[in-house]
Write a protein that binds this ligand. Structure first.
Ligand SMILES: C[S@@+](CC[C@H](N)C(=O)[O-])C[C@H]1O[C@@H](n2cnc3c(N)ncnc32)[C@H](O)[C@@H]1O
Length: 548
């Protein structure tokens, strides 16, 4: 059995303790860590996890709260605790909590090893993102024993970590960078020297004589050139970076009476094509455990990072969701679109293909399935209770719906489950209806956390669905005017002034604003309507006021 051996020099630990004060690692909304997705995956795998709206969440290594605080804004009746060793990060986080006026967040400056004295209540969800591989073994032990001691019976822990064999490849570069910067103590100077090395390695000439080792170095150098200094330092030059095999991670967790529940929401999307290639070649569902199959995926795909959900060893779980999920208050959301001339094709047996902007697509000839996708798209991004969506779809197919044929309903459920398992971009399952506004909502405002980010000049915003959305200055202006309570006419007038002042030259699709003042005003209004719709579809708008 794999074990965690404690010996680590105090010196190494001291450096790890202070490095995040020197080179802070600001955190951002990480979608799969939100209780919305933890609850969903837990439920689809047989647990009865705590309700999203009122749950208790602990984030270990929460940094400046960039992941925890958007959740706290969206879930005012849930309780959030963050703990981090860096005083600099916690101070920043506390400033954000004050600016947001949140009363459901506690940030603690402390070492997770002292959890027994720092924390006194259990948690429904524990998040450990970007921490486990970067801390010494005794801290890894503390994290797992905290999960054992403090997770509620149906609680779920999200832990991300660097994995082998993928990191064998990156370690070649890590060893080079650490050796190259060995005589420098100051992190900023280390980063500068590392950047210099990366630039040289990126341009190593091939000329047909590059070894596999040198190709790996050049490839890693090119990848790292696009990464932030923070990532470069903490992943490639930090004292501790301890990748492990998935099977070993699970075995270690079992030592703390925890079990592998599932991969975090969507974290295995990239592995799906590897799984397709591996079926019947490396793994066989009949003779191998899920753990063995997952390990084969990493060995074949070269995975370097995992996001794993753990729960108590004695919790009863199931490996995959079934059509029974549709009887449990499930809501659906989908943003797939199809091109068709007339709705007649929904009613007959014509096969229609629905496409998602990510490239995912699904075809169906089944009328109820086709109509359901159209019904969901019209409501996007709002999740709709399953039977309400079915009713809306049935009304689209017939003016006088009496009863829905049970066989038809069964086909629909099977189709939806297959679509969800193939790619969640095709259809999303939800048990929490997040509070989003539509573009038609009379009074809408930006999501509170995004509003704080806007005030700080940021353009990568967290939305209500806990995704990151990139916006431009015009979107930012619209959001800030909405936050100030301006109506559509006032915002249009403001954007018109921008056009006149030369600050806003073209529409989203590169059309120049030109013509008479009246023509420009019409074009500006159309642009504002388009952009507001896009902001609503990107779940950046909430009803009335802020969600806090
Ligand atoms: C790489 S950063 C990740 C931050 C954030 N979770 C994210 O993913 O963006 C690791 C964080 O863990 C914190 N940390 C390291 N050791 C810790 C310990 N023993 N107790 C609490 N926090 C710790 C660091 O201060 C740092 O903020």
């Amino acid at each position: 059995m794999a074990t965690l051996d404690v010996p680590q020099t105090l010196e190494r630990f001291r450096v790890a303790q202070t490095s995040y004060d020197t080179i802070p690692y600001p955190s951002y909304a990480t979608t799969a860590t939100h209780p919305l997705y933890l609850h969903l995956v837990g439920r689809l795998h047989g647990l009865t996890p705590a309700a999203v709206e009122t749950c208790t969440v602990l984030e270990i290594g929460c940094s400046d709260g960039g992941n925890l605080l958007p959740m706290a804004c969206a879930l005012p009746d849930a309780t959030f605790t963050g703990i981090d060793l860096s005083a600099v990060e916690i101070t920043r986080g506390e400033q954000s909590v004050a600016a947001l006026g949140l009363d459901n967040v506690t940030l603690i400056h402390g070492d997770i090893c002292d959890y027994a004295t720092l924390l006194d209540t259990p948690f429904d969800y524990v998040i450990v993102h970007g921490v486990f591989s970067w801390v010494p073994r005794h801290v890894q032990q503390a994290i797992l024993s905290l999960c054992q001691d403090y997770l509620t019976p149906n609680g779920i822990a999200f832990i991300s970590y660097n994995t082998l064999p993928g990191w064998h490849h990156f370690n070649i570069m890590r060893d080079f960078l650490k050796f190259h910067t060995r005589n420098i103590a100051e992190p900023t100077a280390q980063i500068a020297l590392a950047r210099d090395l990366l630039a040289k390695l990126s341009f190593v000439e091939d000329a047909g004589v590059l070894t596999a080792h040198q190709s790996a170095l050049r490839q890693a150098a090119r990848l790292l050139e696009d990464q932030t200094d923070t990532y470069l330092f903490h992943d490639f030059m930090e004292t501790v970076n301890d990748p492990m095999y998935f099977k070993d991670f699970v075995e270690i967790a079992e030592g703390y009476e925890l079990q592998y529940l599932a991969n975090a929401y969507n974290s295995d999307r990239l592995q799906k094509h590897v799984a397709d290639q591996s079926h019947g070649v490396f793994f066989d569902e009949n003779t191998q455990s899920v753990i063995e199959q997952e390990q084969y995926l990493d060995l074949f795909g070269g995975n370097a990072f995992r996001q794993t959900l753990l729960c108590h060893a004695n919790a009863v779980t199931k490996p995959t969701p079934t059509v029974d999920e549709f009887e449990t208050g499930l809501c659906l959301a989908s943003n797939v679109r199809a091109e068709f001339e007339s709705e007649i094709v929904l009613r007959d047996a014509t096969r229609v293909t629905f496409d998602h902007s990510s490239g995912a697509s699904i075809g169906s000839a089944h009328p109820l399935t086709k109509a359901l996708f159209v019904a969901l798209q019209s409501q996007w991004p709002r999740p709709i209770p399953f039977m309400d969506a079915v009713d809306a779809a049935a009304k689209m197919l017939s003016d006088n719906v009496i009863d829905i044929d049970p066989d038809d309903l069964q086909i629909l459920k099977t189709n939806l489950l297959q679509a969800f398992q193939h790619d969640t971009n095709l259809v999303e399952f939800h048990y929490w209806v997040y509070p989003v506004a539509s573009a038609q909502t009379k009074q809408s405002a930006p999501f509170a956390y995004a509003d704080l980010q806007l005030a700080r000049g940021e353009r990568l915003l967290a939305n209500v669905r806990h995704e990151l959305v990139e916006i431009d200055d015009v979107d930012a202006e619209i959001l800030q005017r909405l936050a100030a309570g301006l109506d559509d006419d006032e915002i249009c007038q403001h954007l018109f002034e921008w056009v006149k002042a030369g600050r806003f030259l073209t529409t989203h699709d590169d059309q120049v604003f030109e013509g008479s003042a009246a023509q420009i005003k019409t074009a500006v209004r159309a642009e504002m309507v388009f952009r507001k719709q896009r902001l609503a579809q990107n779940a950046l708008l909430v009803n009335g006021g802020h969600t806090k």
